[in-house]
Design a protein around this ligand. Structure first.
Ligand code: NAP
Length: 347
């Protein structure tokens, strides 16, 4: 008898998990679908793709592209239908070995419960904070905050969804943000307007509810509050307080709350009180302090002096707490959707 493992040798390889169910949201119907499908196929899996109903035409065009690229029939399959109707059937299907989902937190939580012991990847909602310190380049901060908050009319998981700014520079930053937001054009996407209609009427109603709550509780609108059908003018609220819904809830629309804080500790505390933990941005010239804050923030990624964003597909992308489970990114996604097989022998 020989103790220990000196005589054991192992061959370790990765193998496909089997059938991957990929479910994508409406806001990036091609990118957030392809970033699930391609790594799953590279890992040797079979894919069942359910595009978002409001992005299903893009999803089907993507399906056609994969077919034209020569993916054999049956290896990549698309199933259309409303998630509320076919979702449970797909998720609970015994042949599905892995669920890769991007969408809202309530649906992600439901999927988590239905998945049982099968592995999942969830990329969910967010409430990304832009933290602005006293020594920040305010022009750069305002530029990135406005682009981060209002591109795609705010319908991005990684949109900047709240600004936490030090009191001493808050007036100046608010003025710079207001100037830039007033320059955003509002209207038809075919006219290249910056702000266009949000996805549907329930979403517009929800956003309006957040706006009204903020107004009733004393937030100061720096820009015009206006809605025409599903078109919501970009609105910046200053003097937002933590009793307002807009301080915590994800609008997924063109609304940006500014919360004034007295210290870095207060900024970190409010940032971390969120149920979400996707990303944050820190604006400062003090890099050691930026790293210190980054270490304390309960999020997947912290950007320094730039807007929150998914970034290159090769970077790890993840949310913690209510923002998700698992890590995306080309290498990380392939690893998630394959499993380790060890073959061990003694010599
Ligand atoms: P959603 O309503 O959760 O829908 C996402 C996908 O899930 C759609 O394909 C939808 O199908 C499907 N679905 C709906 N109900 C389902 C069910 N019961 N079972 C299975 N699938 C179901 O989200 P969304 O409104 O499209 O997207 C906005 C949300 O996604 C925001 O919260 C945003 O923050 C989040 N998001 C997160 C990331 C990230 O990477 N962290 C990226 C983008 C978006 P139908 O379209 O047929 O309803």
């Amino acid at each position: 008898f020989e103790a220990g493992s000196k005589r054991k040798y192992g061959a370790v390889k990765r193998e496909p998990v089997g059938v991957v169910l990929a479910i994508a949201p409406f806001n990036y119907p091609v990118n957030l679908s392809a970033s699930k499908i391609a790594p799953a196929l590279i890992g040797g899996n079979v894919v069942i793709f359910k595009p978002p109903t409001q992005g299903s035409i893009s999803g089907l065009l993507l399906t056609q592209v994969f077919a034209e690229a020569g993916i054999p029939a049956g290896v990549f399959n698309s199933v259309t239908g409303k998630g509320s109707e076919i979702g449970d059937y797909l998720i609970e299907h015994k042949e599905v070995n892995f669920i890769n989902f991007t969408g809202s937190t309530p649906i992600g939580e439901k999927i988590g419960k239905l998945a049982g012991m099968r592995p999942i990847m969830l990329e969910l909602g967010g409430k990304d904070a832009g933290i602005v310190l006293e020594d920040a380049d305010l022009e750069n901060a305002a530029k990135n905050i406005v682009a981060g908050a209002f591109s795609y009319s705010g319908q991005r998981c990684t949109a900047i969804k709240r600004v936490l700014v030090m009191d001493s520079v808050a007036d100046k930053l608010a003025e710079l943000i207001k100037e830039k937001v007033e320059k955003l054009t509002v209207g038809d996407p075919f006219d290249n307007a910056d702000i266009t209609t949000v996805i549907d009427t329930p979403s517009a109603d929800f956003i309006e509810g957040l706006i009204k709550d903020a107004q009733e509780k004393g937030a100061k609108a720096l820009t015009t509050v206006k809605r025409e059908k599903n078109l919501i003018w970009p609105v910046v609220f200053d003097n937002v307080t933590t009793d307002m819904r807009i301080a915590w809830e994800e609008p997924f629309g063109p609304v940006l709350p500014i919360i004034r804080v007295k210290s870095v500790d207060e900024a970190v505390e409010i940032a971390n009180k969120s149920e979400y933990g996707l990303q944050s941005a820190v604006f400062t010239k003090n890099f050691p302090l930026a790293f210190e804050i980054a270490e304390k923030l309960e999020v997947g990624t912290v950007h320094i002096n730039n807007k929150t964003q998914r970034g290159p597909d090769s970077f790890p992308f993840l949310g913690i707490k209510g923002s998700g489970a698992g890590v995306q990114g080309i290498k990380y996604s392939i690893e998630s959707m394959t499993r380790v097989k060890s073959i061990v022998f003694d010599i």
